[in-house]
Design a protein around this ligand. Structure first.
Ligand SMILES: N[C@@H](CCC(=O)N[C@@H](CS)C(=O)NCC(=O)O)C(=O)O
Length: 283
């Protein structure tokens, strides 16, 4: 049985990034399908309240955020690397791609294909984002969202103009996976022939290449018993956080409730026996 468990749902773009990342590294993983909307009782019990998708579980270490998940996969399984052309640019490209393309892509789906959304979805997301989701305003925004995506897709397309296979050269890496998932999401919902993807044949060929990245070797559904057995394997104690992360702050802060918190430059770890939750520092 693999010790990597991904909590996700099929239509989640950020999950697709991680699923392909696991494929790129040739890792076996176990799949736990979580609900698309709240309540998510099993997930939030595991994460201490975090509801977003995906979440990665390795033993009793719970990684809440796909950026953190990718970093941890790279740390544990460095080869093949998510950084075939080095770090820095790849991280910056990945950050830019996700921050600019995910939201317009999902906005277009909400507006154009509400029939594909499960019941209660828009209400759930309105509550989650503390914003009113107005179908008329969403529909009126579609042309602007398409224009935003066209501008970003054009930049991606330009990166591929010299005939390279992937954004940073001949090997796929993190930048490809992060830029790919909004493209994947649009393709899933509208096909390749629909705007705005229809204007970018080079990008579509690249997307096919990313999609072809070898799929995970094993994709098991763990039983509840197997999930529970994962927990005792943890090497962590409240007295000295021995987690897999390289903590710059070795002395964890401790509250009277027995919760310990430690910070590194890239993660915040909240420890409450027997689990440790890892978040990005801006969480
Ligand atoms: N920064 C987060 C963003 C994750 C995110 O926004 N995921 C979407 C689904 S792709 C989500 O959580 N939607 C609400 C939900 O699933 O409850 C990450 O990189 O993991």
């Amino acid at each position: 049985m693999t010790d990597i468990i991904l909590h996700h749902y099929e239509t989640s773009p950020y999950s697709e990034k991680v699923r392909i990342g696991l494929g790129l590294k040739g890792l076996a993983w176990a799949s736990v399908e979580i609900p698309v909307i709240m309540p998510k009782p099993h997930l939030t019990a595991l994460t201490g309240g975090y509801r977003k998708t995906p979440v990665l579980q390795i033993g009793a270490d719970i990684y809440c955020d796909s950026q953190l998940i990718m970093r941890e996969l790279e740390r544990r399984h460095p080869s093949p690397s998510f950084y075939p052309a080095g770090r820095g640019t790849a991280d910056a490209l990945a950050w830019w791609a996700e921050k600019t393309m995910f939201s317009p892509a999902v906005g277009i789906k909400f507006a154009k294909r509400p029939d594909l959304l499960p019941e209660g979805f828009l209400e759930d997301r309105a509550k989650f984002s503390a914003r009113n989701i107005d179908p008329v305003a969403m529909t009126a925004a579609v042309p602007y969202l398409l224009d935003q995506l066209r501008a970003h897709f054009d930049w991606l397309d330009q990166m591929l103009a010299d005939g390279r296979s992937f954004l940073q050269g001949s090997a796929a890496g993190l930048a490809d996976l992060a830029a790919y998932h909004p493209v994947w999401f649009l393709k899933q919902n509208f096909g390749s022939g629909a705007a705005p993807l229809d204007g970018f044949p080079r990008l579509l060929t690249w997307a096919e290449r990313v999609a072809d990245i070898v799929r995970p070797l094993t994709r098991e559904t763990p039983s509840a018993g197997n999930l529970a057995r994962q927990l005792p394997s943890l090497q962590t104690t409240p007295d000295g956080i021995q987690s897999s992360v390289n903590w710059s702050l070795r002395a964890p802060m401790r509250s009277s409730s027995g919760v310990a918190i430690a910070k590194s430059a890239t993660s915040v770890c909240i420890f409450r026996a027997p689990v440790s939750w890892l978040h990005p520092p801006n969480w």
